[in-house]
Design a protein around this ligand. Structure first.
Ligand code: FE2
Length: 291
């Protein structure tokens, strides 16, 4: 089962000893969740207006693209939109700065993707089983194949009422794969090319992406598994930050409101020990290349 590894970090722009960065990368790559209990993301008085689910209308969250600076998903007026954009940009910049200092060996290869702000309460939200993140799963996105890249995410709980973000952490990736992989049919020839040609995926879905997506769905669809599998309940306190490879760590977000999240992609070859990547684990189990 995943463990939670605590780091005494207090500043987004802090520099660290080599000992700490080596410890952090080892722990992260073996499937721990790194928790930074003292790393807050402070909102200004003006930004407190965004501590409300009403700013997103029917969207699930506010989404920000650090490459273009474009914000999506909010329904605030033009004046507030400028402020919201600055807040999203600030989190994106802080997150990248922290990653660069904490994982210096990733810096050359780390790809910064979308930033999100999630002002909705998770508990009790109605959604389809496939999108229900209160069920244990490993991350895999139907429209966004990752191929040879890892999914690395950083989260910060900014709940103003002291409410934690409650997660469950499931069994190890190897155990998940041993349980679900044998029941997954091989990809059908031609399907990935077709999905890509009609725009249903943003790039070609590799065999690895196929197996990950089926594992994600298999875990969420299996209610008996959800009810009985060994897990650790963990509350990320308000004002804390955590970092995790969400393609590797079985996780479920059970409750909580107001969280920032920044997604990064990391090519497998940039890892310190790529034998721990889900790509390599599944290849060993299937005894064939999947990319
Ligand atoms: Fe997830």
């Amino acid at each position: 089962m995943s463990a939670v590894f605590e780091l005494p970090i207090t500043d987004w722009n802090q520099t660290f000893s080599q000992e700490l960065t080596e410890q952090a990368v080892r722990s992260l790559e073996q499937g721990d969740v790194l928790i930074l209990p003292q790393l807050h993301f402070a909102l200004s008085e003006e930004e407190n207006q965004f501590l409300s689910p009403s700013i997103i209308g029917k969207s699930k969250n506010v989404s920000f693209d650090p490459k273009t600076g474009k914000v999506q998903g909010s329904i605030v007026d033009d004046e507030a939109a400028v402020l919201l954009q600055k807040m999203m940009q600030r989190y994106a910049t802080f997150a990248k700065g922290l990653m660069d200092h904490l994982f210096p060996e990733y810096q050359q290869d780390l790809i910064q993707s979308r930033t999100s702000y999630r002002p909705l309460e998770i508990a009790g939200r109605t959604t389809s089983w496939r999108k229900d993140d209160t069920r244990l799963h490993v991350d895999s996105f139907p429209a966004t194949p990752v191929q040879d890249k890892r999914i690395l995410r950083i989260f910060t709980n900014v709940n103003p009422h002291g409410k934690p973000r409650s997660w469950r952490l499931g069994e190890s990736f190897e155990k998940v794969a041993q349980r679900f992989l044998p029941h997954i049919a091989s990809p059908t020839w031609g399907v990935s090319g077709f999905l890509n040609s009609v725009g249903l995926t943003k790039s070609r879905r590799s065999d690895y992406d196929h197996y990950m997506l089926r594992m994600h769905d298999g875990m969420k669809a299996d209610l008996d598994y959800q009810a009985t599998v060994e897990h650790l309940a963990y509350d990320f306190p308000a004002g804390s930050t955590w970092i995790v490879f969400t393609d590797h760590v079985s996780h479920a977000a059970m409750a909580g409101q107001y969280v920032f999240e920044q997604t990064f992609y990391l090519p497998v070859h940039a890892m310190n020990d790529e034998s721990q990547a889900p790509q390599r684990i599944l290849e060993r189990m299937k005894q064939q290349p999947l990319l």
